[in-house]
Design a protein around this ligand. Sequence first.
Ligand code: BG6
Length: 482
Amino acid sequence: MAHTIVIFGASGDLTSRKLIPALYRLHLRDRLPPNTKVVGVARSQFSDDGWREQLAATTAKFVGGEFDTDAWQKFAQSVHYCPGDIQSAEDFQTLGMRLSELENGRSAERVYYVATMPQLYERAAAQLGQAGLADDSQGARRIVIEKPFGTDLATARQLNQSICQVFREDQVYRIDHYLGKETVQNIMVLRFGNSIFEPLWNRSYIEHVQITVAEEVVVGRRGAYYDGSGVLRDMFQNHLLQLMMVTAMEGPVKFNADSVRDEKVKVLRAVRPLVGADFESCGIRGQYDGYKQEEGVDPHSQTETFAALKLHIDNWRWKDVPFYLRSGKALSCRTTQIVIDFREPPHLLFGEGRSSTPQANRLVIQIQPAEGIQIHFQSKVPDQEMSMRQSQLDFRFDAGGAMPDAYQRLLQDALQGDASLFARSDEVELAWEIIDPIIAAWRGDQAPAMHGYPLGGWGPTESTEWMHQQNRAWFDVCPVIH
Ligand code: BG6
């Protein structure tokens, strides 16, 4: 059956930077379903050729050496443009006719990718419904919704309800591009494709877990958006909680959308609710020096650009094992890593007295830009009685060639109807249920102090002290990329 992917927001940055390059790469690798058409929709007036020409330039820029003029020409023949306004019912009628024409009036599977401004998501779904374009009697109809999915629990619920008036849940694909990253999927393979890690993956052996998503960039031109959002909405509600779910979930019965998402959702359900004084003691908030002077940012802004949170997952596996989640802009390097800190050996034979924290075993899962896994363990210093030193086993994930971009995998899955790596409605709402009260408390009269921090470090010094007070230490290491 033929496939059509319709991109709303076709003149936007995401389309040229991510979506078209990902589709082009899938074409290069022969991974698009046969007879796949791409139809862009936006208000700008373009002809098919005009849009193709513009995309040729942007795609060449974003795929670099992978751009091949002949391959592009072939791919471009399946790329079309249909001017349209999300607000206009008439434009959706026109779109419907154009799609039938391109599909030669035959059955086809369609993916509607909504990459517009978030304020238009509901409208886009409603218009598709009214124009009869969600009717799947002539082939599957799926809708992909970009992030952010709501700005709090109430707006996420409202968005879910509106979309579900038109599409069934199994037709809705909510993007979190972190799930499209190969290294994130590899966490599941590491845990459930091996037998040596899983027996240790619990409160008996793990002392705590750290999930860090550090960014070197400042907010730059996104100041106006970011100031209304802050790091908790921008990074925690989605990406960090997704990483936590994948790290903490039980093994699903099967690797299919519902089994995987059932297990992920159970993790969120088990997160211990924060109450009263917890909001102050559960984390650290910070704002980088100079943030208030960024374009589009309120000069009196109380928006955090850094946050560290301590969460507990109250179930048999994780009871009393803290999960530390940390993310911020303007930090020392770009690195996303999950650190599993194991307990110290119960009885120490070597070295003086009790070993210090760095001597415990550690598994470091590097998500990006370094992609790999390290095991830190103690070994004997040769020729020095029984002294120990920290040693490392290193696995590099990308040894086999270039890693695909997350959007490649996600688009391919959406076209094939596999929703395993997309968020389900209950998952998104539960994530907001965790983050909303923290945002409210951090905005209210009882808000904990906002700590400043200089660019290029690991956030406020209070964050380091906070960990030390708990007899723990952040793993503040910028990975070396070979
Ligand atoms: C986006 C956030 O969702 O993720 C950005 O809005 C952030 O603020 C980006 O920079 C990080 O994504 P990645 O894939 O570069 O880690």
